[in-house]
Design a protein around this ligand. Structure first.
Ligand code: PLP
Length: 253
């Protein structure tokens, strides 16, 4: 049976490789942190190919979908490197209550899967997401029991006015939202503690929020619908973050 070129490329990547990707959010048609996403995309690609994509080409794929809320850009290998992109609207689905839980799936150790290799269907994250049920996201613990991250988000918590998040050494994806939230809080004069976090600290936290490109800062209501958190400071951080991004975009950063 004859297969289309697209199907052939896809089959090749399924049978021979890993699909890497980036999700980029548009704010009124302008992509946020495009260069950071490009750099992370190049880094993911570096694990699977020596081929590179230029910033201009990456940008061309992204901008084809600038009328959407976000775009996903995929890199696949079928002998040479191929890019695909997909525009998606999601903002008309508001999120109200955000309940999270702890996943029973362990986060792969960085010695097995590099945390900064952002790939489609990465088994630990994918299975955790499949099993998360009604929860917004689930938190994965690392091989030493340390708190790592959600299946598609980074996690922060607030205790006695201090903002704390698992350090890069915990074995996490260096989220672009995470980095920008830390920068914003530092600019506002707040220090963010980046360190190894124990699970019990999340149980005793005053507030928890998640960060990811599609939604920015997401204040959390509960852990397992058993522990409930205040959202006072997280809501303020979330609002400030939207302004911070819009200001960065206005200044062309
Ligand atoms: N952690 C994981 C495992 C992710 O998949 C993502 C996003 O897809 C994030 C964190 C958040 O990263 P970013 O803020 O760059 O979207």
């Amino acid at each position: 049976m004859q297969q289309g070129k697209f199907q052939e490329d896809l089959l090749d990547s399924i049978t021979r490789g890993i699909v890497v990707y980036e999700t980029i959010r548009f704010y009124d048609g302008i992509p946020f942190a495009l260069e950071e996403h490009y750099k992370r995309f190049l880094n993911s690609l570096s694990y699977i190919t020596e081929n590179k994509v230029s910033f201009k080409e990456f940008e061309r794929y992204v901008m084809k979908y600038s009328s959407y809320d976000r775009v996903k850009v995929f890199g696949i290998i079928d002998g040479s490197l191929k890019l695909f992109a997909l525009g998606e609207n999601f903002l008309n689905n508001p999120i109200n209550e955000v309940n999270i839980d702890v996943s029973e799936i362990r986060h792969a150790d960085p010695s097995s899967i590099p945390p900064n290799l952002k790939s489609v269907g990465r088994p630990d994250l994918y299975i955790a997401r499949l099993k998360k049920g009604k929860y917004y996201d689930v938190i994965l613990l690392g091989s030493r029991g340390q708190v790592c991250e959600g299946s598609f988000s980074n996690v922060f918590f607030i205790k006695d006015g201090k903002v704390i998040t698992p350090s890069v050494e915990s074995g996490i994806l260096e989220g672009i939202t995470r980095k920008n939230v830390i920068e914003m809080l530092n600019e506002f004069g707040y220090e963010v503690e980046e360190r190894i976090v124990e699970l019990k600290e999340l149980f005793y936290a005053d507030e928890i929020f998640l960060t990811h490109t599609s939604r920015g800062v997401v204040p959390v209501d509960s852990m397992g619908k058993r522990i409930f958190y205040s959202k006072e400071i997280s809501l303020e951080i979330s609002r400030n973050f939207e302004e911070y991004i819009n200001e960065k975009i206005r200044r062309g950063i």
